[in-house]
Design a binder for this molecule. Sequence first.
Ligand SMILES: Nc1ncnc2c1ncn2[C@@H]1O[C@H](COP(=O)(O)OP(=O)(O)OP(=O)(O)O)[C@@H](O)[C@H]1O
Length: 257
Amino acid sequence: MSRITVDGVTKTFGETVALDDVSFEIPDGEFVIVLGVSGSGKSTLLRCMNGLAAPTEGTVTVDGEEVTGPRADVAMIFQQHNIIGQMTAFSNALTGSLNRTGFFESLLQFQDREDKYQALEALDTVGLLDEAQQTARRMSGGQQQRVGIARALVQNPNIMLADEPVASLDPGSSQQVMGYLRTAAEERGLTALISLHQVNLARKFGQRFIGLRDGEKVFDGYRDEFSMDVIDRIYGDIDTEGMFEAEDATDDEEAVA
Ligand SMILES: Nc1ncnc2c1ncn2[C@@H]1O[C@H](COP(=O)(O)OP(=O)(O)OP(=O)(O)O)[C@@H](O)[C@H]1O
């Protein structure tokens, strides 16, 4: 379990202000969703939080220690799940132990029994134990993203960040993947921050919500405060109708794994 603090973070790219003095703290074990229109700064925020980008001003700290580059205790899940198509789900999950074993050892599966056990356990967490020997490219987009989550879990993180992890998935698979992310975070006591486009998914799975607009934090609050007014504040005049689409595409039982 870890606490992550974003303190006065501004990030500029030339004239563009991608993040404008953003501050918040996420305590141990909270499941936070970041919302905002395209270009509002969600990816930049996540990249600053996992050390892939350096803030122009301000700091990100994990348990009081400044983030200056990628860290083993902060796992990142991307939209394009970045898994290796020719490898099995198990081998892909096992590459999450790379920070412990090194790249070539990892590809050659020279990990110890404990790492292999963890890879199986992580596949079990995302409901893919039976598919462990399946070649990744034969799996659906949703299953591949679940392999991506398993790989992130094998890293043994305290913090899990995900940048629009369901952006390329259909509504049913999106709900499933979000359900597995929430389950994984709960089971392992992870602090999680997930960026999303879909308001309905955010409402269904989020515990706390942070809204970005033009790089500024315009909302930070919990479920009971996350009203239509707040959604208007985050999305402005943009038509949010599509973002609520297919709310009931999958049964709740099926969605929350
Ligand atoms: N490497 C970069 N160079 C120049 N401008 C950038 C760079 N990265 C982001 N930006 C700009 O910063 C702003 C915020 O971009 P960012 O990708 O963080 O938004 P986003 O909310 O994640 O968008 P999306 O939902 O489309 O991924 C945008 O104006 C974008 O064009």
